[in-house]
Design a binder for this molecule. Structure first.
Ligand code: GLY
Length: 384
C-alpha cells in the first residue's frame, strides 16, 4: 500500500471507531452543531427536549452513519441511522423549525439516503414533503429561494446565501422521483441568480445577497459569518465550489461548471502552506487567525466532484493533486490527538459571533468522511 493509501485507511479506521462510539453515546439524540473544548454534547434549546431535532445540522449525523454503513456493510450503522428517521418524519409532518432553505441538507442526508440505500418509503415521502416546503420559499418576483426565517420577516426577506447551493439537489431529486419539472426549474433559476450576483468579478463570493422581493431588483451583498462584506468567507467559497459543481451534475448547464472552476482556482491560489484554509481567505500564514477545516473538507468534495466532469489534462491533474494534499493534511494535522468525539478539529462556525471557534463541527465531520469515501471509492453513488 502506498503512503497516501495508508493515510486514508488509517483515517477511515479512526473515523469509523469514533462514529461507533458516538452511536452508543447519542442513540436517538443529536449532537450539537459544534464541539465545546473538542467534545460534542447533545444539543439543547429552550422548548425542546435534550438532543431533539432542530436547527440546520442534524442530518450530518445520520449522513455519517449512512457513509459508515456503506464503508463497512455493518448493519449497526444502518440501524442507528434508521433509528433517527422518525424524528425527521415528525419534524416535517409537524412543521418544526422548518422556516429555512436548509431543508435540502436536512432531508437529503437523512431521508433521501434511507430511500436510496434501503428503499424506506416513509423516508421518501418525508423528503418529498420537504422539497414541497422548500419551493414555497421561492420569491416569485425574484426567482431565488429565501435563505432564513419566515417569509414575512423584514430582516430576512429577499436574502439568499451561497450555502443554499447544497440545498438544490433535494429539488432535482424531487423532479426525478415525481416527473414534475417545476422543482428543477426553481433550482436552476436560483442557481443562475447566485452565479450572477453572489460571484464577484475577481472569483470570490459574497456570503449573502439581498433582492427586493417585490420588484425583483438585486440590491447588495453582505457577509454574515465572514470577516467583512467584501472579504471571501472560506466556507462560502467552498460551498460555491461543491454547490455549483453539483448543480452542473443535475442541469448540465456549463456555466455552473465554469463557475465552480473559477471559485476552485481562487481557493487553491489562496491556500496557506499546509493546504488548509484560514476561516476567511483574507488571512494567510502569520495572521494568527484560525483555520476552518470544515471549509477545507467541503472544498475537497468540490474538487472531487469536478474530477468527474473535467477531461484529462493539466487542470484536472491540478485539482486531483490539490484535493489529495488538502485531504492528507486534514487527516494528519487536523484530527484529534487527545480526548475528543469529533472526526475533525479546528473549524470555525461563526467568528464574528464567537460561536464554535477552533472546534469540531458536524458538517466538517460529515464532509471529511464524504471526502475519504470519494477518495477511496471513486464509484461511490453520492447522496446529493
Ligand atoms: N450553512 C451555514 C454555515 O456554513 O455555517
Amino acid at each position: 500500500m502506498n503512503k497516501a493509501n495508508q493515510i486514508y485507511s488509517q483515517a477511515l479506521r479512526t473515523a469509523l471507531d469514533t462514529i461507533g462510539r458516538n452511536m452508543t453515546t447519542f442513540a436517538t439524540m443529536f449532537p450539537d452543531n459544534v464541539t465545546r473544548a473538542n467534545i460534542y454534547y447533545p444539543r439543547t434549546r429552550d422548548g425542546f427536549a435534550i438532543g431533539d431535532n432542530f436547527d440546520w445540522t442534524t442530518s450530518f449525523w445520520p449522513g455519517q452513519l449512512w457513509l459508515a454503513y456503506e464503508l463497512t456493510d455493518k448493519d449497526d450503522y444502518c440501524l442507528a441511522a434508521k433509528r433517527l428517521l422518525p424524528s425527521f418524519i415528525n419534524r416535517i409532518d409537524n412543521q418544526i423549525d422548518i422556516d429555512t432553505h436548509d431543508l435540502g441538507f436536512l432531508y437529503t442526508l437523512s431521508c433521501v439516503t434511507a430511500w436510496q440505500l434501503r428503499g424506506i418509503e416513509p423516508a421518501r415521502q418525508a423528503a418529498l414533503k420537504a422539497a414541497d416546503y422548500l419551493i414555497t420559499r421561492c420569491l416569485e418576483n425574484v426567482g431565488v429561494i429565501q435563505a432564513w426565517g419566515d417569509l414575512s420577516d423584514p430582516n430576512q426577506r429577499g436574502r439568499t446565501i451561497i450555502d443554499s447551493l447544497l440545498n438544490m439537489p433535494l429539488l432535482y431529486w424531487a423532479s426525478e422521483q415525481t416527473g414534475e419539472p417545476h422543482y428543477t426549474a426553481v433550482a436552476h433559476r436560483h442557481t443562475e441568480l447566485l452565479r450572477d450576483y453572489l460571484v464577484r468579478d475577481d472569483d470570490t463570493t459574497y456570503h449573502t445577497f439581498y433582492w427586493n422581493p417585490e420588484t425583483g431588483e438585486p440590491l447588495f451583498g453582505r457577509t454574515e459569518q465572514g470577516h467583512a462584506d467584501d472579504s471571501c468567507w472560506a466556507r462560502g467559497q467552498a460551498w460555491g465550489i461543491l454547490g455549483f459543481a453539483l448543480n452542473y451534475r443535475y442541469t448540465r448547464d456549463h456555466s455552473f461548471l465554469a463557475t465552480a472552476q473559477r471559485l476552485a482556482d481562487y481557493f487553491l491560489n489562496h491556500l496557506p502552506s499546509d493546504h488548509v484554509t484560514y476561516w476567511d481567505m483574507v488571512f494567510s500564514d502569520g495572521s494568527g487567525e484560525e483555520r476552518d477545516s470544515s471549509a477545507a473538507a467541503i472544498a475537497v468534495c468540490g474538487l472531487q466532484e469536478l474530477l468527474h466532469w473535467l477531461p484529462a489534462g493539466d487542470v484536472r491533474e491540478r485539482y486531483a493533486e490539490s484535493a489529495e494534499n488538502i485531504l492528507q493534511s486534514l487527516a494528519q494535522n487536523y484530527t484529534p490527538t487527545g480526548e475528543s468525539n469529533a472526526l475533525l478539529l479546528h473549524s470555525v462556525y461563526d467568528k464574528p459571533k464567537m460561536v464554535g471557534v477552533d472546534e469540531g463541527c458536524l458538517w466538517g465531520d460529515y464532509f471529511y468522511l464524504e471526502a475519504l469515501m470519494r477518495q477511496t471509492n471513486p464509484e461511490w453513488q453520492l447522496y446529493w
